[in-house]
Design a protein around this ligand. Structure first.
Ligand SMILES: [Zn+2]
Length: 162
């Protein structure tokens, strides 16, 4: 399995469902430091495992972005900013049957309604498995478009009504 050496900080999170507070490696930063991981993503599975994806200069990401822009140009009703589409739709799902999320699962109740609270002082460098895209790349272009449209429909429905 291909891995990458990734520098992360330790963030403190709090669970909205059970109140549990926990610390976990993350790409969380405030202000200027937020650009530290520009184009890089860390996704969490329910079992606590993570995958890493650097989308910069990535052909899969470039093709996805282009496709999404074409769809958004045709569908002004879809949200362009704010509620986005999770890039986890492109990534092979975790083996534990959960979904990858950009924020960690709560280790106590395994829910994913968690809030980032603070960046702790420590930082860590971890070897993290790189995300794989074998399912996504096995789809035809029109199947990929259908997946993106479906995700945008969901994002639209999740948007708060003004
Ligand atoms: Zn919890």
């Amino acid at each position: 399995m291909k891995t990458a050496s990734v520098s992360l900080t330790i963030g403190r999170f709090s669970c909205r469902d059970c109140g549990h507070k926990f610390d976990t490696p993350c790409m969380c930063a405030d202000g200027e430091a937020a650009s530290l991981w520009y184009g890089e993503f860390l996704f969490y599975a329910r079992d606590g495992s993570t995958v890493y994806w650097n989308s910069l200069n990535d052909a899969i990401y470039a093709a996805y972005k282009k496709m999404k822009d074409v769809i958004l140009a045709k569908r002004p009703d879809f949200p362009k900013y704010g509620v986005g589409v999770s890039l986890s739709i492109l990534i092979d799902p975790p083996k534990d049957g959960s979904n990858y999320w950009a924020s960690p699962y709560c280790p106590a109740c395994r829910g994913h309604n968690v809030d980032y609270q603070a960046r702790l002082e420590e930082s860590v460098t971890l070897e993290i498995p790189c995300a794989t895209f074998s399912h996504w790349t096995s789809l035809t272009e029109s199947q990929q478009q259908a997946v993106i449209v479906e995700a945008l429909e969901k994002a639209k429905q999740a948007q708060p009504t003004k």
